[in-house]
Write a protein of this length. Structure first.
Length: 277
């Protein structure tokens, strides 16, 4: 039929794309799409999907429909990178074991983003971070962070730190996080501490000790009042400043998110070890 002829022509035209263009297109897909769909299209696509260069960045932030074991798929994607992984983005699943599996095999990692992964503990995150001395970007939302001082000491090249703490107890005040950042993260350029409990003293310490800081996000930072010369210093030095009362709508506050049980992240489909070979 005419439809079948058009479909064969379309498939052939995709398969005949220059390899560089095919690689550029496929590397924009998520890891799930690459493993479950793209590599099954044709021989040339499968070749690209098995190339370690395709796995320099692993994106697993889409919400899964429950058919796959995402932790197994993530481990397989890390294996395919053959040590070349530089950026990984994980949402909604993961464990301490997975995070350390990534760290043990990805010494060149530059960017780590974790969101909505309650099963990852503060101890597990710290254990992984000490293995990633080249890390330049750490983005953690709704995950526990045990000690920012240890984070700073472990990551001397850290330029971007993004943390979302949720909403702490009313009236709680602590400059511990801000002082840890000021003491250990002197090359920071981008700092986001949504929902932190630090005060003007903590902000002053950060400005005093992070001379390269250009982007400062203090949303939900309700103990900061920009007293003294803090307002002037921020306006003179900081190119992008998000203030405590600015909208944080992209960070939904939900007890159902904060108190998820690890069992809720178990996927029913556990493929055989050679499933993606």
């Amino acid at each position: 039929s005419g439809y079948e002829r058009r479909r064969r022509v379309l498939c052939r035209s995709w398969a005949e794309l220059p390899s560089e263009l095919t690689s550029s297109i496929l590397r924009r897909l998520s890891a799930v799409d690459l493993l479950e769909n793209a590599q099954k299209v044709c021989t040339s696509w499968r070749r690209v999907c098995k190339d370690p260069a395709t796995w320099r960045k692993i994106d697993m932030c889409s919400i899964d429909d429950g058919r796959f074991n995402l932790e197994f798929m993530c481990r397989h994607a890390v294996d395919r990178s053959q040590g070349g992984l530089v950026e990984i983005n994980i949402w909604h699943f993961g464990t301490d074991s997975l995070l350390n599996y990534i760290a043990d095999r990805s010494s060149n990692l530059i960017s780590l983003k974790l969101a909505l992964v309650p099963p990852i503990t503060a101890e597990g995150l710290t254990e992984a971070l000490v293995k990633l001395p080249l890390l330049e970007e750490l983005d953690v939302s709704y995950c526990a962070v045990e000690s920012l001082k240890v984070v700073g000491q472990s990551l001397p090249n850290l330029k971007t730190l993004k943390l979302y703490f949720g909403f702490g107890p009313p009236g709680y005040v602590s400059d511990d996080d801000a002082l840890a950042i000021a003491e250990t993260m002197h090359v920071l350029r981008f700092l986001q501490l949504v929902g932190n409990s630090s005060t003007d003293a903590g902000l002053k310490a950060i400005l005093d000790n992070c001379p390269h800081l250009e982007h400062l996000d203090l949303r939900q930072y309700f103990n900061v009042y920009f007293s003294g010369d803090l307002e002037r210093r921020c306006s003179e030095r900081i190119k992008v400043l998000r203030r405590p009362n600015d909208s944080a709508h992209e960070y939904p506050c939900s007890s159902s998110v904060i108190h998820l049980d690890a069992s809720e992240f178990e996927d029913p489909f556990m493929p055989h070890a050679d499933y993606y070979q």
